[in-house]
Design a protein around this ligand. Structure first.
Ligand code: AMP
Ligand code: MG
Length: 406
């Protein structure tokens, strides 16, 4: 059996990143969830001029060294700067965000001054140079890379570009992914079940996950376990898609037949991955597309998609800034059954206890045919390959479900 990490390393080493020549330029509002195909360099300083962080008075410390009471020379409002000559022994009334008059050393907030009857203003003694001033380029410097190539364009990165006056961005093409299910026993959701039939869950699951990853989905439907039908569908799918994802038909016995068809269309490896759930997994290259064959079991299909296909899609999409789901340490609240030999992804529910520690326990049954285990839980409990049973109180590694599963 192939360790999961090794399978991942082997796959990722084979996969190319998309060609920048295929990138397209889009207006920001059409670039949501796309992958940025260029380093974004700031054309501006942010802020673009020194300005006030408070409503108050702009002062020169040299004036105050002589006298704490100053006359008011004029006003600076946001969008309407003070544009006259600034006489000595005077202050400029200034509002938040307004341009600082040239030569000002500090802004004193209005609550800290006394406005006298004659209109002059008296300042407190302790004023620090630079106080309440937002300096030019403090947030972003002109010429600085503000977003790396390979980042996702989302609700925080797109407004950053907008704030810099950038209205278009180069993005990689959306990955075209063909999805198909295999199995004589399967029926599309929405039809009545006959004896011995089950619903095709995987095509639905995989399409939902692909939607979250902003892929372009090509639904190739449901295939009966029939060699001619497989061959026809695989040939068509790989002509249209960048990646073909199937489920079912990769376990022993069935694999021989799927394998034969896939060998005609490309080179596909059938792996036994040392992970649970999800042992059988196929990966390789068809003539025009990459191929991932997931196990049929809905729990295994989801777990292998999450652990193996998610990074494959990130790489093929140009999402080089993608981060593998974070792993944390947690205290097991209950015993857990585990046989050494495979990396185990049990489903667990984690929470922070009254002492501020993360604790975790599996809720419900764990069988790889029991999809409800995903609904009742919020993380994977990742139990190392060589580990045996876990006792209550032991430390385990958890992997909170990411946005794909929420
Ligand atoms: P297979 O990998 O084809 O041997 O399938 C393993 C198990 O998963 C069998 O019990 C199948 O009936 C079931 N299965 C396969 N494909 C699907 C699917 N698309 N939706 C739900 N169950 C499936
Ligand atoms: Mg099958």
């Amino acid at each position: 059996m192939l360790p999961l990490e090794q399978a991942l390393t082997q796959m990722l080493a084979m996969l190319p990143t998309p060609d920048c020549a295929q990138a397209e330029q889009l207006p920001l509002q059409h670039a949501v969830n796309r992958i940025c195909a260029e380093d974004i360099i700031s054309p501006l300083n942010v802020p673009s001029f020194d300005n006030s962080a408070m409503d108050g008075y702009a002062v020169r410390l040299a004036d105050l060294a002589q006298n704490l009471t100053l006359t008011v020379a004029g006003k600076s409002f946001a969008g309407a700067p003070f544009d006259r000559e600034w006489q000595t022994q005077s202050t400029v009334r200034i509002m938040t965000g307004a341009m600082l008059p040239a030569g000002a050393d500090a802004v004193v907030m209005q609550e800290d001054v006394i406005v006298n009857e004659d209109g002059t203003v008296t300042f407190p003694e302790k004023i620090k140079a630079g106080q309440n001033i937002r300096y030019i380029g403090e947030d972003v410097k002109q010429g600085e890379v503000v977003l790396n190539k390979g980042s996702v364009l989302n609700a925080v990165s797109l407004p950053l570009l907008a704030s810099l006056g950038i209205d278009k961005v180069k993005v990689f093409p959306r990955l075209k992914v063909a999805v198909l299910s295999t199995g004589d026993e399967l029926v599309p959701v929405g039809q009545a079940l006959k004896e011995g039939q089950i619903y095709d869950t995987n095509r639905f699951t995989i399409q939902l996950l692909l939607e979250k990853l902003n892929c372009e989905i090509l639904d190739f439907g449901l295939l009966p376990d029939n060699e001619q039908e497989f061959e026809k569908a695989f040939i068509e799918a790989q002509q249209q898609a960048d990646l073909v994802i199937t489920s079912g038909g990769v376990s022993v016995g069935e694999a021989d037949f799927t394998k034969k068809v896939l060998e005609k269309v490309g080179q596909v490896n059938f792996w036994k991955i040392a992970m649970k759930p999800g042992k059988p997994f196929a990966f390789g290259r068809l003539k025009n597309a990459w191929f991932c064959g997931l196990p049929g079991n809905p729990v295994s299909a989801l777990a292998t998609f999450y652990q193996l296909v998610q990074p494959v899609i990130a790489k093929l999409s140009g999402y080089s800034q993608w981060k593998a789901p974070q792993r944390l340490a947690a205290i097991a609240v209950t015993k857990m059954k585990k046989a050494p030999g495979r990396l185990d992804f049990q489903r667990g529910f984690y929470q922070v206890n009254a002492q501020g520690q993360i604790e975790v326990q599996p809720v419900g049954f764990q069988g790889s045919h029991l999809f409800s285990s995903f609904v009742k839980n919020n993380c994977f409990i990742v139990l190392e390959r060589e580990r045996g049973n876990v006792e209550a109180g032991e430390t385990v590694t958890i992997e909170p479900f990411n946005h794909l599963m929420s």
